[in-house]
Design a protein around this ligand. Structure first.
Ligand SMILES: C[S@@+](CC[C@H](N)C(=O)[O-])C[C@H]1O[C@@H](n2cnc3c(N)ncnc32)[C@H](O)[C@@H]1O
Length: 198
């Protein structure tokens, strides 16, 4: 992992700069009055106004990050140390939305499907994933990988094809953006049983 994870203030500054450069969307309206669980919640650096949810539960493997999050905890928030590659001790469909923001690339590839399945078990309505996407052009991908090695330290950066392989059989929409050759993908997976357009 990047050394920045040991420095919450620096990490937040980096994320704020990147969110501006990459033009990350604000999902405040999507999470308003919803029960939300955040996998890999980090230091509460979210792309929505924190007070608007009905309830936010953040889970993260890092004890230090959870301690940091607890320092600025709001009334509607709670944070727990949990490993999302394991089954969580929470009832099925006990949340509306599961957010997985910039976490999967820090998880071993063989565990990605379990994480999506666990999110599907917990979320009544949808899963929202933000993550990196490795360019299929070798030159662009090399530049990205060098940057990620220095500034990010993740384990697996999926290409577009690899993302679609992971999502196969699910109902989803994607949006690609980001300043470094479209380096970010937003994926919204529908988890309710209702039919219709998505
Ligand atoms: C790049 S940070 C993203 C943090 C936050 N979601 C954000 O967007 O700023 C990745 C986060 O995933 C967490 N993480 C990595 N592996 C995890 C696991 N197995 N279970 C839970 N959290 C994990 C890390 O501790 C870290 O907080």
């Amino acid at each position: 992992m990047s050394f920045l994870f040991k420095h919450p203030k620096l990490y937040k500054t980096k994320m704020n700069i990147l969110n501006r450069i990459n033009d990350t969307d604000d999902i405040t309206q999507e999470v308003r009055n919803k029960n939300v669980i955040i996998f890999g919640s980090g230091f509460t650096n979210y792309n929505f106004t924190r007070k608007v949810t009905k309830k936010t539960v953040g889970v993260d493997i890092s004890k230090e990050f959870i301690e940091e999050a607890n320092k600025t905890k709001l009334q509607n928030e709670s944070f727990f140390v949990e490993d999302i590659t394991k089954r969580l001790d929470l009832p099925s469909k006990s949340f509306d939305i599961c957010l997985i923001p910039f976490v999967l690339h820090h998880i071993r590839e063989e565990n990605h499907i379990h994480v999506i399945e666990e999110a599907t078990r917990l979320a009544k309505q949808r899963i929202i994933i933000y993550d990196h996407i490795r360019n299929s052009n070798i030159l662009k991908s090399t530049v990205q990988m060098i940057y990620w090695k220095i500034a990010d330290g993740g384990l697996k950066y999926r290409t577009e094809k690899e993302w679609y392989f992971l999502l196969d059989g699910r109902k989803y929409v994607t949006k690609r953006y980001g300043a470094m050759f479209g380096n970010i993908i937003k994926i919204v997976i529908k988890t309710d049983k209702k039919c219709g357009r998505f």
